[in-house]
Design a binder for this molecule. Structure first.
Ligand SMILES: [Zn+2]
Length: 435
């Protein structure tokens, strides 16, 4: 496949300052923020509020159905998200409701896309249409946005190596990354970009969500190293929404262009930022990825990302508690607190003093969520049978085979839809609060 927009010049892994949007002065006023709030909106969806700067990452609220709607191509049985049975559209009312609950009347400044799979960039153009915020993402993300008729120039292509000044003392360094998986699910894992905007289905409208269709990973992923300068001090966090230990140290090459190895790119970003540690890592990939990344960024806390499955309806709230015994044990030894979520829309507050969690009660109330998701005794009993509630890496490679996935399928879900049946969950007597 020819990549029409691949840069022909040698890609240099130098950090290039890129002016973006209206500049705002660094906020050095005594006593005036910017406090960093990081709100998890399910899957790999985040709302970052830094002073009066507002950023949403991904924003996937529509839920495409699980297998058998997604299925593997005959030649690649491990690529269970390769193909789909048909086109689907954005659930615009659902996205609108979340936009309203999150922003109320505030202005959204930027949309960041971590990569171009359906569970990340499906709704990003709709967020942009509803809010006017520009998208910053990979080529495939921008081509997907073009297909959804966003105005020209609304999406900025990032390759990795950029240093984006977002104003308010906020700088984002773009780190070219890889995707979860390995050679057993090559279509999902290896770097793939679209070569042209996808064409909507001529009869039904909508797009094909398969990772071998209109939603390839987008040439690996884009991770983001945030630094926030305020009154002479710097706070920082690193966020990635996919990763694989399989080739985290291998160069990402798309159509002959070398974008560097994720680990080396991350080291370069840390050096460019003058950092030897970050205040928080919003991370995926479990133990194997943590063993590689912790020595590079020395996070002060670990916040799990993209661990709650791909197909659970947003409106039910958190489908099950976080559990990952091997990751927990590793972080324990490293002295890094693990701070899992207890409900969609949990907020982490990052200050120079560290990270704390707040219930974010009002936003949850607007969406109909309890502050902490209640789980029944059957769910809590089932948790005791597994070492991890991860479905594999972050994108559910083990949807069919992980012990937790099996329990979810047999005890808590309708296998025909591959998703949790919330009516069944609701019928379970409520026990102690989850997690
Ligand atoms: Zn993905």
């Amino acid at each position: 496949m020819k990549n029409i927009c691949a840069p022909s010049a040698l890609f240099l892994s130098l950090f290039l300052a890129v002016g973006i949007g209206p500049a705002r002065a660094e906020d050095d006023r005594a006593g005036s923020g910017p406090e960093v709030e990081m709100t998890w909106m399910s899957i790999a969806n985040w709302y970052f509020r830094i002073g009066d700067l507002r950023i949403v990452m991904d924003g996937y609220i529509t839920r495409l159905p699980g297998p058998p709607f997604f299925f593997a191509p005959p030649g690649d049985p491990g690529d269970i998200y390769g193909l789909t049975l048909g086109p689907r559209s954005v659930d615009t009312p659902a996205v609108s409701r979340v936009v309203g609950a999150v922003l109320e009347d505030a202005k959204l400044d930027y949309l960041l896309a971590g990569h171009s799979h359906f569970d990340h960039s499906w709704d990003t153009p709709t967020w942009s249409r509803l809010t006017g915020a520009p998208i910053i993402g990979g080529l495939s993300t921008c081509l997907q946005a073009t297909s959804q008729n966003l105005p020209a120039g609304r999406c900025k292509v990032i390759l990795g190596g950029e240093r984006l000044d977002l104003g308010n003392g906020v700088t984002v360094r773009v780190v070219r990354f890889n995707h979860s998986g390995n050679n057993t699910n090559p279509i999902q894992h290896f770097a793939r970009e679209l070569s042209a905007p996808p064409t909507p289905d001529p009869v039904l409208g909508g797009f094909r969500g398969g990772v071998g269709e209109d939603y390839p990973n987008g040439g690996g992923g884009r991770a983001f190293l945030f630094t926030v300068r305020h009154r002479g001090a710097t706070t920082s966090f690193f966020v990635q929404n996919s990763a694989s230990a399989y080739d985290l140290d291998k160069d990402i090459i798309v159509d002959g262009v070398n974008y560097g190895a994720p680990l080396a790119n991350l080291k370069a970003a840390m050096a460019d930022a003058g950092l030897t540690s970050v205040d928080a890592w919003i991370g995926t990939g479990g133990l194997a990825v943590a063993q590689l990344i912790v020595p590079v960024i020395h996070p002060k806390v670990y916040i799990p990302n993209h661990w709650d499955g791909l197909f659970n309806p947003f409106w039910g709230g958190l489908p099950f508690p976080f559990k990952d015994d091997s990751l927990s044990a590793f972080l324990d030894v490293e002295g890094i607190p693990l701070m899992p979520q207890h409900q969609y829309m949990d907020t982490y507050v990052l200050t120079e003093a560290g990270v704390s969690m707040t219930p974010n009660h009002e936003m949850k109330r607007r969406l109909g969520f309890a502050d902490v998701q209640p789980f029944g005794t059957a769910m809590l009993d089932a948790l005791g049978e597994v070492a991890s509630t991860s479905y594999g890496d972050d994108c559910g490679e083990s949807t069919v085979t992980s012990p937790w996935a099996r329990i979810m399928l047999t005890q808590f879900s309708n296998p025909a839809h591959g998703s949790v049946d919330l009516r069944k969950l609701a019928a379970i007597p409520q026990g102690t609060m989850g997690n």
